[in-house]
Design a protein around this ligand. Structure first.
Ligand code: ARG
Ligand code: ZN
Length: 871
């Protein structure tokens, strides 16, 4: 069954009020529901409610029990005929949260009942119009055991509570804001709470509560701080205040995704809440800050203004990702954050956009909506919002968002409503810009620059071309901001004046591209400039601009745009490494060009720059990134060449690396201040080189590991050890496991560090780990830590020539599909890239996809992704 955007129809009925009565038990849970319904328009159609896996216990319409002939039940719906313009439908059903391994609907995680309803999980709790354009007020009563469920939570405010016999108690929650069912949440268990408060700009005192398993209370501080920062930031930057008296977060161990923005009751994967320096890395800390903010920001972009249907998903996700990116940029280094966001886009979204599953940020059809929570909808969606922000400017964007909230508060709307508000508030024309919503594929910008010394002009020519994607053979030119600068010989940006203009502005200039080809003639350019194009990555495109290596090295040292300093380093490194790949394939000896060592040496000596930026500049593009630049990916050549380059650079830069390593180690304190995090980042970037040295590599890595100062340092060292042949390897891995065996989030890291180790025998290790007593397919984090990491971050092992890596992953996908289709479907993506490999690998990858598709009883989730991947 394919769902199409063009088939959208308004709902036949609306639900004004929902009363839920959830009686939690060990032998199943009873869910009573009372829906106050209203017919939407004049029609005689029956009421068709969604419902899956529910055992019907009773049903009554307007107070009268319905005889068997008055309703119809099938696997997905409950149909009731003959409703009046207003009606009350009461149902009671039994569900089995303990048997719910799909982690969608109501399930039990480590003893705690919790829910995940987005997108269509509410129908696994009770019969309902489970679509986001049906918004109702919810009143929820939970009944549970006083010993095992002392805490019982739902959306909104608690309004009544009491006890019954049998050591049971109940509580009623009422949410004053009408909401779609996907934002419903219920949590019940024996949880500890960490409390704080926040006073909004208009004086509302909000109780902030983070619920965690007992013993984790000391790991909530960072999440709580992030939450308070996010609340203040949304007031300051978007004028948005929180609207209830309580804001709750619950951390659970088993969660399919990162987190969920249920109204007033966010449910989180514990990974994005729990952290202290001994257990979590700096990357984890950053992730917590951004996910906590993301879910909080959804309160306005998602909850107060929600989506009409699931084709509008990017309306809330693209916008909210953009907002969390802006927030993290404000809290930390903006350039470092931008680089991380672009790295993520390139690693996850570009392959999607160039593969068989390419879709626009607003897909036009789907089989299983859970498959469309993609890097395209989220990350490219955020880039599209960022471009609107660039085109309209900060103030214009704020005017547009104010109008959007004013017009649509309390409504379920479309991406068109958002774009229209941006246009109307600014008197702007985003007509052509709208193509970004419907056109898939990563545009290429093919640029050339010509300096004319005779008349002192620089002509910049930009051609745009979007490759065909499945179902979209023809592409139209897109409207996008193109930020550029021209750098003079002294390293400063030249003033920029286009022919025909009266005055010049120094610094970055935002040009607008609309045509298939655009030309810009800058005048009064006194010397041949070095062009810095697509500054700040102003559009989600692939830039093709043949710039000589000397210009790239010059920009690494002088570009005023920090993002582009890093980008110049990447481009230089790509150029050198891909040149070496060609040498290796041709059987020529590998020689590291001096200029790369010199450029990196200059960066190492830059004491003025953010150490985190330098760490990023010093880190060679990963194998997965390098592969994107090859026509046919040569897995082994890329790997060998990168290893060669790291070792050669380590030898060349040894003293400077060591000096910087020691200085950073001395500067870093084991806390989460920006300076310490940046120092650790550079320290670990140096370690990645130093550990390759025959004389001091091993002792340096082992010393850092044994120091056990922060998890960031421990893991960086353990990664080097795990990939090595040093005699201490097995002992270190055993020791780490013994030290952290009771800490699942840390044990996940132990699995990942082994799954991603670049060794010939990694697959054998991974097979053994899949049989380890700590491995389970039931925990999504554990699955991602071992199988996900192996398939997506260890190219030489996954793409082993004998196909054993493919076989292992496909087998686990099939095993997992039986219990958790959503997580299983996400493991398929690496197979979808089969076209990019040599014939032998193509065939092996395709065979695994065929094997998956032919499995009887396959879920919709896995079937959709695997069969589309075959195309
Ligand atoms: N809305 C959540 C977030 O991005 C993610 C929910 C994902 N759900 C899913 N079924 N894929 O914050
Ligand atoms: Zn989101």
């Amino acid at each position: 069954d394919v769902i199409h955007l063009e088939d959208y129809r308004v709902p036949d009925f609306l639900i004004e009020h929902v009363e839920l009565h959830v009686d939690l038990g060990d032998g199943g849970t009873r869910v009573g529901s009372r829906l106050t319904l209203r017919r939407n328009g004049e029609h005689g159609r029956p009421l068709v409610l969604h419902g899956e896996g529910l055992e019907l216990l009773s049903i009554a319409l307007d107070g009268k029990s319905l005889a068997a002939g008055r309703y119809r039940l099938d696997d997905e719906t409950l149909t009731v005929e003959g409703l009046g313009a207003e009606a009350v439908l009461e149902t009671e059903c039994r569900i089995d949260p303990d048997g719910n391994t799909a982690l969608e609907g109501l399930y039990r995680s480590n003893g705690t009942f919790c829910t995940q309803c987005e997108a269509e999980g509410f129908r696994k709790i009770t019969w309902y119009l489970d679509r986001p354009d049906v918004m109702a007020r919810f009143r929820t009563t939970i009944v549970g055991d006083r010993t095992t469920q002392p805490v019982m939570l739902s959306n909104g405010n608690p309004v009544a509570s009491g006890t019954t016999g049998d050591n049971r108690h109940w509580v009623t929650w009422e949410d004053p804001f009408p909401k779609p069912s996907y934002l419903f949440a219920l949590v019940a268990g024996d949880l500890a709470v960490v409390e704080d408060s926040f006073t909004t700009r208009s004086g509302r005192e909000v109780a902030l509560r983070i619920y965690v398993e007992h013993g984790n209370e000391d790991r909530c501080g960072h999440a709580m701080t992030a939450l308070k920062h996010a609340m203040a930031w949304d007031e300051r930057v978007y004028g948005r205040e929180y609207d209830l008296d309580i804001f709750m977060i619950v951390a659970v161990s088993d969660f399919n995704m990162g987190a969920m923005e249920n109204k007033g009751l966010n449910v989180f994967n514990a990974k994005y809440i729990l952290a202290k320096p001994e257990t979590a890395t700096d990357v984890d800390f950053d992730g917590i800050e951004s996910v906590v903010a993301h879910e909080y920001f959804h309160n306005w972009t998602g909850n107060r203004v929600t989506c009409r249907d699931w084709f509008q998903l990017t309306l809330k996700e693209g916008l909210t990702v953009f907002r969390d990116q802006q927030f993290s940029a404000d809290m930390n280094s903006a350039a470092v954050k931008r680089i991380a966001d672009v790295q993520r886009l390139r690693a996850a979204q570009f392959p999607e956009d160039g593969g068989p599953l390419a879709h626009p940020i607003q897909p036009q059809s789907y089989i299983e909506i859970n498959n469309f929570y993609t890097a395209t909808v989220y990350e490219k969606g955020a880039e599209v919002i960022r471009m609107i922000h660039r085109l309209l400017g900060t103030d214009g964007f704020r005017k547009g968002s104010d109008l959007y909230f004013e017009r649509h508060d309390g409504q379920a709307v479309t991406t068109e409503d958002f774009v229209a508000a941006m246009e109307d508030a600014n008197d702007a024309d985003l007509g052509q810009f709208r193509r970004w919503y419907v056109q898939a594929g990563t545009p290429r910008l093919i640029c050339s620059g010509d300096y004319d010394a005779a008349d002192g002009s620089y002509l910049l020519t930009v051609r745009q071309e979007t490759p065909a994607t499945p179902g979209q053979p023809e592409k139209a030119p897109l409207h996008m901001p193109f930020a550029v600068g021209l750098i003079g010989r002294d390293g400063a940006d030249l003033p920029l004046r286009l022919a025909g203009e009266n005055s010049a502005e120094a610094g970055t200039r935002v040009l607008q591209l609309r045509e298939a080809e655009s030309r810009f003639r800058f005048v009064d350019i006194p010397e041949r400039p070095v062009a810095s194009l697509l500054r700040g990555f102003s559009a989600p495109v692939r830039l093709e601009f043949a710039q000589p290596a000397e210009d790239l090295a010059f920009r690494m040292a002088h570009d005023s745009d920090d993002f582009n300093r890093w980008e110049a380093a990447q481009e230089l490194q790509n150029k050198v490494l891909l040149g070496l790949v060609a040498d290796r394939r041709a059987g020529r000896p590998l020689v590291l060009p001096d200029m790369l060592a010199e450029a990196l040496g200059t960066a190492l000596d830059d004491d003025g720059a953010d150490p985190s930026l330098l760490a990023l500049m010093l880190t060679l593009p990963g194998e997965v990134m390098l592969a994107q630049h090859m026509e046919v990916i040569d897995v082994e050549a890329i790997h060998d060449v990168r290893e060669f380059a790291v070792k050669a650079l380590a030898e060349r830069l040894r003293d400077r690396l060591l000096a910087r390593y020691r200085a950073c180690h001395a500067a870093a304190r084991p806390g989460f201040d920006g300076a310490s995090m940046a120092a650790r980042h550079l320290q670990n970037a140096c370690l990645a080189y130093l550990s390759q040295l025959d004389d001091i590599g091993r002792e340096t890595a082992l010393a850092q590991y044994r120091e056990r100062r922060t998890m960031t340092e421990t893991m960086a060292a353990l990664a080097r050890i795990a990939a090595s042949d040093w005699p201490e390897r097995d002992e270190a891995l055993a020791d780490f496991h013994a030290a952290w065996r009771n800490d699942p989030l840390v044990i996940d890291k132990w699995f990942t560090v082994q799954a991603t180790a670049a060794r010939a025998d990694t697959l054998e290790h991974v097979l053994a780990l899949a049989g380890h007593e700590d491995f389970t397919l039931r925990n999504p984090n554990r699955v991602r830590a071992l199988i996900g990491a192996f398939a997506s971050a260890n190219p030489t092992a996954f793409h082993r020539a004998d196909g054993a890596g493919y076989d292992f992953v496909a087998e686990r996908i099939l095993a997992l599909d039986a219990s958790n289709p959503q997580v299983a479907a996400r493991l398929i993506a690496p197979f979808g890239q089969w076209r990019r490999y040599d014939k032998a690998r193509q065939e092996r990858m395709l065979n695994q996809l065929k094997r998956i598709v032919s499995q009887p009883g396959l879920s919709k989730d896995v079937r959709e992704v695997a069969s589309k991947s075959l195309n």
